[in-house]
Ligand binder design. Structure first.
Ligand code: ADP
Ligand code: ADP
Ligand code: MG
Length: 673
């Protein structure tokens, strides 16, 4: 086996690869950028080399430096993780030329699957079912429109070089085709440097079901079953599970066979994923069509590990070293059900805008780390909860890379059990300092569609009424938690310094203490009454009741107005971040003195929510705009964000031009309101 490998990636995937290498006795080399000098993956490896600036093009995409680093440290092979250089055939070739093993498929297989249009032509020859569509090389506008007409609306225009959910436009009717084509091509040239597109039928009630395949250098192929990744936002995966609910054994075999045929057609070696779009017809009939092949380890590979009891990174290393696949198709079995949730720094209620910041608190659920049994056998009794995190407490989520903080993977003997475990594990995930989708994920998990496995890619929009702008705890319970936290904090301070007593006044008998809060943007008042016997009564709005609480190992055990719950409260300045099994929320305890004299409102400055690039302006100086109208499009953290007018007004001045890089908080345009 290899003695030393270099991991050309960062975040959770670099840590995850390092942990398998460590278990196999392989030494590891990390590479890192300026922004990642303190990152978790640096400490997870035996050695680490700085390779450049924070932007990916200055570090994680600098394959010359990465190859140099491998040579300088005596690494024999390079694991590319996902993203970055993982699907770059030139890099794979450069590794080979430098005498290094690229832990992935041969360059020819990456190239064959690199462009969606070309790979579809190949798959057609290999007999793999395709979505009806046009994937030829003629890019004439009139021809593409005629093809769309032939396919029948709705259609999907896709950048052939696209990936990561970008470069796609759904078109409902012929009248919209030209505009959608132009905008798709613009995004494609900007993001991928190639504006070739293909046109596909927009599949109805589509499910995304993908097959994990593996090949070795001896011509053996297996499939490690499927993952259902239908729950998506902006064509990006949110929850992934295995096996796919409702998939018949016959269809599983058919899809597995088609995926192996796809891999065989390009002489694939190593781990790969064949993505299919599945059409669900009235009456339960399902048809599957090839979408693309990802020639790398996939983000969601842990759900496959959980149901098969295998370590896919170990298989990648074995295959890269020239060993045959450890198991044959008939030796592979599905055990139970697994679900992965991607925990991202983002604001679901604000169109999933990515967020940056420092993780003031990052507490994960109790979990059993990814492992094998005492004899080194793969576990079939998989760990029920696994966390693959790329960040720890105190780490910063920077704007340079994508917004995924960690992955939470649960396993259960049934889907129902896995779902319950996921909800519980999400409740125990406490992140403070940067906005996350954790509470949103709990809403998705508990939504009727997800619970009943009524899956398709429109699940999130369909369930939006129960997913967005929800308040899980409510003002009375949040206020009770904040009051309990404040009193416990005072008690701790008193214990440390008896002269700091603030409740001396209370010994005069029955006393009422006012609290002022801000909750959900609204001010709120509360009154705490100290009764003679030491008991407490809390009044919040029209709710009034006895309040008692005691600290426990799990958090503060609170009983208020007949409701009992355990809350963990973290205070940052005046904000109390409350986490409980019922949900997580924030409440602000206002110090009236500190806020005297404030009252400033919106000034009409429209600033960049994060560092990034200006893609385009939809308006010019002098334009009249109405509230909510799109003004500019920015690109940051691999996503496009529309900046909308906060109120009616007139555009006074554009401060930048398309293509300009802007810093966080930079004023993009002036609006007179
Ligand atoms: P998966 O199918 O494994 O879930 P994703 O589509 O989420 O993969 O992408 C995996 C990672 O690679 C993410 O970090 C994503 O942002 C990145 N990525 C995928 N495709 C591209 C691309 N074409 N260009 C840049 N980054 C990409
Ligand atoms: P990417 O390279 O960005 O991952 P894919 O071709 O894999 O692009 O498509 C991403 C997602 O877009 C799919 O998971 C699915 O939700 C949706 N999608 C793709 N093709 C179709 C189609 N023909 N009909 C309906 N939805 C589709
Ligand atoms: Mg895809």
């Amino acid at each position: 086996m290899f003695k030393k490998i270099l991991i050309a990636n960062r975040g959770e995937i670099a840590c995850r690869v390092a942990s398998t290498a460590k278990r196999m006795g392989i030494r590891t080399v990390a590479v890192y950028s300026d922004a990642d000098a303190q990152a978790l993956h640096v400490g997870a490896c035996d050695e680490a080399l700085h390779i450049g600036g924070s932007a990916p093009k200055d570090s994680y995409l600098r394959w010359d430096r990465i190859i140099e680093a491998a040579k300088a440290t005596g690494a024999q092979a390079i694991h590319p993780g996902y993203g970055f250089l993982s699907e770059n055939e030139e890099f794979a070739q450069a590794c080979a030329d430098a005498g290094l093993v690229f832990i992935g498929p041969p360059p020819s297989a990456i190239q064959a699957m690199g462009l969606k249009a070309e790979s579809k032509q190949l798959m057609e020859k290999a007999g793999v079912p395709l979505v009806p569509g046009y994937h030829g090389s003629n890019q004439d506008k009139v021809l593409l429109a005629a093809e769309a007409e032939r396919i029948g609306y709705p259609v999907l225009i896709k950048a052939s070089a696209g990936g990561g959910g970008k470069g796609m436009r759904a078109v409902d009717k012929a009248a919209d085709f030209d505009a959608a084509l132009a905008s798709c091509k613009r995004e494609a040239i900007n993001s991928f440097g190639d504006d070739a597109v293909l046109v596909e039928k927009y599949v109805q009630r589509p499910r995304h079901i993908e097959i994990q395949v593996f090949g070795d250098t001896h011509g053996n192929y297996v499939y490690l079953f499927e993952r259902d990744c239908s729950v998506q936002r902006r064509h990006q995966k949110v929850l992934e599970e295995a096996p796919a609910p409702g998939l018949t054994e016959a269809m599983r075999r058919q899809m597995g066979g088609a995926a192996v045929a796809a891999a065989r057609a390009v002489k694939y070696v190593g781990a790969g994923t064949v993505e299919f779009i599945v059409e669900q017809r009235e009456g339960g009939e399902m048809n599957f069509f090839f979408m693309e092949m990802n020639t790398r380890l996939q983000v969601e590979h842990p759900v496959t590990e959980a149901i098969t009891g295998l370590d896919l990174v170990e298989w990648q290393l074995l295959v890269a070293f020239g060993e045959p696949l450890p198991l044959k198709q008939e030796e592979l079995k599905i055990n139970g059900h697994a679900i992965e949730a991607r925990i991202c720094a983002e604001t679901p209620d604000n169109n999933f805008l990515p967020a940056t910041g420092r993780l003031y608190v990052a507490r994960w659920p109790r979990h059993v780390a990814f492992r094998r049994n005492a004899d080194g056998e793969p576990f079939h009794d998989a760990a029920p909860v696994r966390i693959d995190a790329g960040f720890g407490e105190g780490d910063a989520i920077s704007p340079y890379y994508d917004s995924m903080i960690a992955k939470l993977i649960v396993h259960g003997s049934t889907r129902e059990q896995a779902l319950a475990r996921l909800d519980e594990a999400l409740a125990q995930t406490h992140i403070v300092g940067v906005a996350t989708n954790v509470q949103f994920l709990r809403y998705v998990v508990r939504s009727p569609s997800f619970e009943k496995a009524n899956l398709d890619t429109a699940l999130i929009p369909r369930e939006q009424a129960v997913l967005f702008n929800q308040e899980p705890l409510g003002l009375p319970l949040a206020a009770a938690a904040a009051v309990a936290q404040a009193l416990l904090h005072e008690k701790a301070e008193e214990a440390a310094d008896p002269f700091s007593r603030r409740d001396g006044w209370r010994s005069h008998g029955l006393n009422v203490r006012p609290f002022q809060f801000e909750f959900g943007g609204e001010p709120a008042r509360a009154e705490l009454t100290y009764l003679h016997d030491g008991a407490l009564t809390l009044t919040v709005g029209n709710v009034s009741g006895a309040l008692s609480f005691k600290p426990t190992a799990q958090g503060i055990d609170i009983d208020y107005a007949g409701q009992r719950f355990v809350a963990t409260v973290y205070a940052t300045g005046e904000h109390d971040h409350v986490f409980s099994a019922r949900g997580a929320t924030q409440i602000l305890a206002i110090d009236l003195l500190a806020h005297a004299g404030e009252g400033e409102v919106d000034t009409g400055r429209l600033t960049a929510p994060m560092p990034g690039k200006v893609v385009s302006f939809a308006v010019q100086a002098g334009d009249k705009v109405t509230k909510g109208q799109a003004l500019a499009v920015m690109e940051a953290m691999k996503m496009e964000h529309t900046i909308a007018a906060p109120a009616d007004g007139v555009v006074a001045e554009l401060m930048y031009g398309p293509g300009d890089q802007v810093a966080e908080g930079a004023e993009l345009l002036k609006l007179m309101i």
